[in-house]
Design a binder for this molecule. Structure first.
Ligand code: ADP
Ligand code: MG
Length: 696
């Protein structure tokens, strides 16, 4: 259809195509990841300012943030009280009074205003030495006193960079919308729109940016959120469709020795571990292919549950494979699991990338001949030359570090193997059910007894000396310490010292007399692992790292986790980091250096101090983050969300799942005319997962 081709092409045109966007501005838009017209019109406002009621200057009050209209009454003045500080001032008047507008370091401002021009200003009103100022105001020129584009209504505020002003973005988006108005396609079938009361797409696009009223905004947003979540659900469900549920799996039999194996463990299983294992056993004994996600907070004891399942499979005469994301973790699992199984004459081997060719070949041969029962390894396990004799159960640990594909490749090395994936990324239950539509879910929601809650403190730099002597004291007691310095982007270095500089200083100055291991972001994996080994063995007292410390590493002797610039991490990430300590008998501590001053940042720290529960934290994380920032989504290969918020829009998420199921029920491949546009859009959005979609 030529019509469709053409409409597409307008949306795909580069952003320069928009009136008011030249080459220089385009480059600034690129920094916001805006390259095409489609990108710019889906650059949704972060918030809105209600300018629908304008005040007169005499009505302005100290402390309020509001809009007013006025005429430029003076030339702009510039003063430089000290180096690096320029202050710009201009007087504004209306019939009722006069006020001074003040800007700091906004050098471009001096060429904006001319005496006699009319503007609408929006900003914070402050009373100083008896007269009023409006500080850092945003402004828009108005022709005479006539009504204006933005002045008298709800005005969008966009995510931006320092160099792109709100006015520039607003104007560009207005122009882009005009340009694209005939090209924005309605992809939702009519029945959905009428049944769920969804506004049309062109109305929604316009009013999400420039709503005439709150009602407009609500309608527009509802429709856009609905569409975004519907596409997400359809995409996920299409992936699920590739799993053939009718396929017969292995029916493992009950194993007599299970009981004595469990009784022989060095600890009693928790209730949650037992429950989850019985869910797994049921799956294993049925003739369905098991696809089960085991979720459990850090330290909840997922490994042993995996071992029980492997024991069962192996006792049934099958081989098992346990895949983990790093060599360290593979070694750790190998060291802890082998002794448990060897007692039962089960042969366990390790397979990693750093083994010599000779070692590897030997192991590979044994695997293919069935002389190894359990192989624990890294990505090396999915290499082509790994052939099993009779693979029956595949487990991936720290699943979020693998793609769906890698899991599939491993399980395809056997015939209809059962699959367990384990993850420590707790996400709220309802959300898990929706996001992992293709998996059954078990949750280990209980920690082994006797764990002392980790004491968590949010501190600022004034505490540094005290913290450092606390660290020394702990090291003197024989404990070990993690210090994490988050990587920062170039542009942000003014605030946060460059992470590697900071790490270097900690290693070479603060604790020069102790054994400090340093892990840089740009270090080779092999060198990183070597340092990690030194830490695991206890040779290194303090591990300073500019990257997030390897997931899943278990060093029970480490009892202090220090996180620099913790305001830069998501809550879920902080929780993961904190989970590195508190694994042994000693009281553990988590120290969060926090430079963030905002309310949200304070609230985040208080959540960390109040609870050790990963599920509560993940709920809060969702609540406090904006759309698309949700920690799990990117890792799970789910497309970024531009407008929906998985926490606030949970109800819409549920509705959209309902609709997605309905659609696929009658049209599994989305081949009906009314669904074709939906299909196009899904393929576009999920393009990185294309070969997993059942749609093509
Ligand atoms: P994760 O769920 O984070 O992978 P692990 O499986 O590494 O947790 O277990 C963390 C620690 O808890 C290990 O040292 C393990 O031996 C221990 N552990 C596991 N289950 C129990 C239990 N029921 N009682 C006591 N300790 C346990
Ligand atoms: Mg683990």
């Amino acid at each position: 259809m030529p019509m469709r081709e053409e409409t597409k092409s307008v949306l795909k045109k580069p952003v320069q195509y928009v009136k008011s966007v030249g080459e220089a501005r385009a480059r600034l838009f690129h920094k916001l990841n805006i390259y095409t017209i489609e990108d710019i019109i889906t650059h949704y406002p972060r918030e809105y300012e209600d300018r629908s009621s304008l005040k007169t200057i005499s009505q302005l009050e100290h402390g309020e943030t509001c809009s007013f209209r006025g005429i430029i009454a003076s030339k702009i003045s510039e003063s430089r009280p000290r180096k690096g500080l320029s202050i710009y001032k201009v007087s504004i008047k209306d019939g009722s009074g006069i006020i001074t507008a003040v800007w700091y370091n906004r050098h471009y401002i001096k060429n904006i205003f001319s005496i006699g021009e009319s503007y609408v200003f929006y900003g914070k009103i402050v009373r100083k030495y008896g007269s009023f100022e409006v500080q850092g105001a945003i402004y828009e020129k108005v022709d005479g006193m006539a009504d204006t584009k933005n002045a008298c209504r709800i005005v969008p505020v966009y995510p931006s960079t320092a160099t792109l002003t709100q006015n520039t973005i607003r104007t560009a988006i207005g122009n882009a919308l005009e340009l694209a108005s005939n090209s924005i396609e309605e992809i939702l079938p009519q029945w959905i729109r009428s049944h769920y009361n969804l506004s049309e797409i062109s109305y929604s696009m316009k009013h999400i940016h420039f709503p005439g009223s709150e009602e407009d905004f609500k309608n527009a947003r509802y429709r856009l959120v609905f569409e975004e979540l519907l596409l997400l659900q359809l995409g996920l469900l299409s992936i699920k469709n590739t799993i053939d549920e009718t396929k017969k799996g292995i029916s493992f039999e009950a194993v007599d020795e299970m009981k004595s194996f469990i009784n022989g463990l060095p600890f009693n299983l928790t209730g949650a571990q037992m429950r989850v294992f019985s869910e797994i056993e049921k799956d294993m004994e049925s003739d369905k292919v098991m696809n089960r996600l085991v979720q459990g907070d850090v330290g909840s004891g997922k490994t042993i549950v995996a071992v029980l399942a492997l024991f069962k499979a192996i006792r049934n005469g099958y081989q098992g494979a346990l895949m983990v994301p790093t060599e360290i973790l593979a070694e750790q699992h190998y060291t802890s699991i082998r002794p448990l199984l060897e007692k039962y004459d089960i042969r366990v081997e390790l397979l990693t990338g750093s083994q010599t060719k000779k070692q590897k070949n030997e192991i590979l041969e044994k695997i293919s001949l069935g002389k190894i029962d359990l192989v624990i390894g890294t990505h090396a396990l999915i290499e082509e030359n790994v052939k099993f004799n009779r693979l029956g159960l595949v487990i991936t640990d720290e699943q979020h570090r693998f793609g769906v594909r890698q899991r599939a490749i491993l399980s395809q090395k056997g015939e209809n193997t059962d699959v367990i994936v384990m993850t420590a990324t707790p996400i709220p239950r309802t959300l898990a059910l929706i996001l992992y539509g293709d998996l059954d879910i078990s949750i280990i929601d209980e920690l082994p007894p006797g764990r002392k809650p980790i004491e968590t403190y949010s501190v600022d730099n004034s505490m540094r000396e005290r913290i450092n002597s606390f660290i020394r004291k702990k090291v003197a007691e024989g404990r070990q310490v993690y210090i994490v310095c988050p990587l920062v982007e170039e542009s942000e270095t003014i605030e946060a010292k460059s992470a590697s500089e900071m790490a270097e200083r900690i290693a070479k100055e603060d604790f020069a007399d102790l054994s400090v291991g340093l892990i840089h972001g740009r270090m080779k994996a092999k060198d990183k692992e070597e340092i990690m080994r030194g830490f695991v063995s206890g040779e290194i007292n303090i591990l300073v790292s500019t990257t997030v410390i390897e997931v899943g590493v278990n060093v029970p002797n480490a009892t202090v986790m220090v996180v620099e610039n913790s305001e830069r991490f998501g809550l879920a990430q902080l929780h993961q980091l904190r989970g590195r300590v508190g694994r042994g008998e000693h009281q553990s501590y988590c120290i969060l250096y926090n430079q963030g001053k905002s309310k949200v940042s304070k609230e985040r720290m208080s959540v960390m101090q109040k609870t050790n529960d990963g599920f509560i934290i993940s709920e809060k994380d969702l609540e406090l983050r904006g759309p698309g920032e949700f920690f799990g989504t990117r890792q799970h290969g789910i497309p970024d969300l531009k407008i929906a918020n998985l926490y606030k829009d949970m109800e819409v998420l549920r509705l959209s799942q309902e609709v997605a199921l309905k659609i696929l029920e009658s049209d599994a491949l989305l081949e009906k005319e009314e669904n074709l546009k939906l299909k196009d859009r899904i393929i576009e959005k999920f393009s990185n997962k294309l070969n997993e979609l059942s749609l093509n």
